[in-house]
Design a binder for this molecule. Structure first.
Ligand SMILES: NC(=O)c1ccc[n+]([C@@H]2O[C@H](COP(=O)([O-])OP(=O)(O)OC[C@H]3O[C@@H](n4cnc5c(N)ncnc54)[C@H](OP(=O)(O)O)[C@@H]3O)[C@@H](O)[C@H]2O)c1
Length: 272
């Protein structure tokens, strides 16, 4: 897919994976709308992306909005469309993660995680669809997580929000296809971003040990996999061998992985 002069909207585009995708698309001449809450982070990201695309004609628009607030994200997407036209591509990367023990995580965190990760993506799709449907073209990319393929100890607030995106993508796929619109779901592995750094500070020891079994990717490498998967027209993008296998065989592998993780948890509980 050529993105030259095409409009790309990225929620969560001021940081991490969303920003890394923008840094790959801007040099190809895409016009990009970055949506996130913090204005200063948006301005910094805009500068960084502009530097990464020195010789390109790419326009980069920043809009401060909260994806968990229906009015806020709808107005932001309408503004992006009014300024840069119907998007060829929407990437919903805005997300939060708050690991912890189930009985210690306040209910508000469960609600907020679902509001940002699931409803934030849903509102964004609802806001772009009328324009995409009119032109009978468009691509929607939901950034889910490897934590949507297997429930992980300590992620009882986060995993369900990412599983929900999987259900949304699977059920929307067939409905959007006849309208010329594709949907893709991405299951990133642990990726070196401010979000992961913040999670690492509060993960229970069991979660630390379980997640330490997987390698951490750079945001740039994940972004490259996303664009490669999009070029191939993949419905699901699971970067790396481990997540590729988990994506294909998770129902078969879950009992074996749970047995392995239970061993890790038992060892930690014995030490305490
Ligand atoms: N890093 C990983 O290991 C990893 C692994 C799998 C999946 N993921 C998923 O990848 C996506 C990107 O995460 P990341 O690691 O790149 O995190 P990040 O660097 O912390 O970026 C998160 C982005 O989302 C924005 N955001 C957060 N809450 C928002 C809200 N309510 N409204 C609008 N924007 C909001 C942030 O900006 P503001 O705070 O300024 O709003 C920021 O731009 C997330 O959905 C995450 O769950 C990450």
């Amino acid at each position: 897919m050529e993105y030259f002069n095409q409009h790309v909207i990225i929620t969560g585009g001021s940081s991490g994976i969303g920003k890394a995708v923008a840094k790959l698309l801007a040099p190809r001449g895409a016009n990009i709308s970055l949506i996130a809450r913090d204005r200063q982070k948006l301005v910094n990201a805009q500068r960084e992306i502009a530097t990464a695309s020195l010789n390109s004609s790419s326009k980069i628009l920043t809009i401060a909005a909260d994806v968990a607030n229906r009015q806020s994200i709808t107005a932001a997407i309408n503004k992006a469309i009014a300024t840069l036209g119907t998007p060829q591509l929407l990437i919903t990367s805005a997300g939060i993660a708050h690991p912890g023990y189930f009985n210690q995580i306040p209910l508000e965190i469960f609600e907020q995680t679902m509001a940002v990760n699931y409803f934030g993506s849903l509102y964004s799709i609802k806001a772009v669809l009328p324009a995409m449907e009119k032109e009978q073209r468009g691509q929607i990319v939901l950034i889910s997580s490897g934590a949507a393929l297997i429930g992980i100890y300590g992620y009882s607030a986060y995993c369900p929000s990412k599983f929900a995106l999987r259900g949304l993508a699977e059920s929307l796929r067939g409905e959007l296809k006849p309208k010329g619109i594709s949907i893709t779901i991405v299951y990133p592995p642990d990726t070196d971003t401010p979000q992961l750094a913040a999670e690492n500070k509060i993960k229970p020891p069991e979660t630390q040990k379980i997640t330490a079994t997987a390698k951490t990717w750079s945001a740039a490498a994940v972004a490259e996999q996303i664009l490669r998967g999009l070029e191939k027209g993949n419905f699901a993008i699971a970067p790396g061998m481990e997540l590729t296998i988990l994506n294909r065989f998770h129902s078969l592998l879950t009992p074996i992985l749970n047995w392995y993780f239970d061993g890790i948890i038992r060892k930690i509980n014995h030490k305490q």
